[in-house]
Write a protein that binds this ligand. Sequence first.
Ligand SMILES: Cc1cc2nc3c(=O)[nH]c(=O)nc-3n(C[C@H](O)[C@H](O)[C@H](O)COP(=O)(O)OP(=O)(O)OC[C@H]3O[C@@H](n4cnc5c(N)ncnc54)[C@H](O)[C@@H]3O)c2cc1C
Length: 497
Amino acid sequence: MSDRITKVIVLGGGSAGFMAALALKTRLPHLDVTVIRSRDIGIIGVGEGSTPTLTSFLHGYLRVGLRRFIEVAQPTWKLGLKFLWGPRPHFWYPFGPGLDTKLRNLPRAVGFFCRDDVEDATPLSAMMARDKVFPRAQGGGPEMHPAVAYHFENEKFVRFLEGAAGALGVRLVDDTVLDTVRGGEGVAGLRLASGAVESADLYVDCSGFASVLLGGAMGEPFVDFGASLFCDRAVVGGWDRGPGEPIKPYTTCETMDSGWCWQIEHERRVNRGYVYASAFAADDEAERQFRAANPRVGPTRVVRFKSGRYRNRWVGNVVAVGNASGFVEPLEATALGVIAAQSEALADTLWGSDRRPTPTQRRLVNDAHARHWDAIRGFIATHYRFNTRLDTPFWRHCRAETDLAGATPVVGYFRENGPDNFWEPGLIDPFDEFKFRGYATLLVGQSVPYGNPYDPPPAERSAWEALRRSNAAAASRAMTVEESLAVLRSPTWKWTS
Ligand SMILES: Cc1cc2nc3c(=O)[nH]c(=O)nc-3n(C[C@H](O)[C@H](O)[C@H](O)COP(=O)(O)OP(=O)(O)OC[C@H]3O[C@@H](n4cnc5c(N)ncnc54)[C@H](O)[C@@H]3O)c2cc1C
């Protein structure tokens, strides 16, 4: 792009639109940023679990204060996931250290000691097992730590982002784009339902699955991940939390006949969603299975999606963020973290080029986009390929047909060498957010066999048992979500941000 960018239009006011607008205004306060969003179309309303990437984006990059965020977005905290998946009764996927961790008094990574039992293998999995979220600090309050993510209702999160964007001077237009005016480097203007035409130097497409500008006006091809990921719909519902129903500090992922079911924890609501493959269960059959497993679910709705990404996300003067750029089904809740990374990359590129992005920068933005989504594809495919919990047509198909794509080398390495992270630099792409840690935790959790199982001598076994007892004891002293929220709301709590 030859001229300096002075005006940006962000099309879409969901989480992607406001996160992108906030990143731009934080990095380039004098940039003219307008968000156009359609109240008639609305937002997708799912996107309720996150990863620590979002936490550091919000409170690090955007410098969002915790107090206001907790008041408006009303999050609860998430330390990882509980999988009802594979042959064990369950296993934990913590955001902190995983099953590739090496400790001073054990000669091998902890995953080698988990053949029979994975309980209390890491500090955060011991906390999750006891519904605990933060260690108790000396003053009695929660000791916050960075390995934490959030659960929040999508509407409340977007309301928070909208307020923060307004405070930074983002202009908001409530209107619907009916058509694009083509010209120059791609898009020359947006024709709105009100009759107005809005134009800018750069258009950030955050229009969700519609991908109005990137996939629509620019005709960028879509790279389909259908050979690896077979689910394409979710039936979503929930219930009001009952008295004594604990707020769990993790997302639960439960194997179902034709997919899996999430459970996400809000303070007053429990949110459930059954992600399924329409080739194996029609909508009414999925609804029946969902209700049979969750009798307290109220009204439901079906959300359709397709896993894949656009070949490039920056084409001409259009750059996409969020679902408009790509999406991989919601296992591991990666999308908000991708939106954070994409928003940062865009804002940093404009800042670093003094608002004249160069061809090499744009090529690297596209390269990062492809590698990030492709890494997520491989990791999520690994969940499906090895889940032996149910013997239904869907799961038989997954075990036989799932294409591991980019995950093939790391899974092959694990099958020969187990959860030893020595060769991580040669195996894991820097854009793979799961790292070897994620693979080790997932594959040991699913009891996937490997070539050199370790039989620890008695002294190591007792060191391992002592370690698990110490994780359990520390977790028992920690605080629940309810206790932590009560302290933060008490008049004596001193906010630092
Ligand atoms: C079943 C399911 C579960 C998911 N769960 C998670 C999860 O737990 N965690 C996670 O991180 N992600 C999850 N996601 C992904 C989630 O959708 C994204 O994280 C994110 O919330 C969506 O953001 P978005 O802004 O890209 O899209 P949207 O919320 O759809 O926003 C699109 C915006 O564009 C506007 N728009 C569209 N067309 C026009 C037009 N013509 N004119 C004007 N405005 C227009 C809309 O009005 C809206 O404001 C899930 C997705 C699915 C399908």
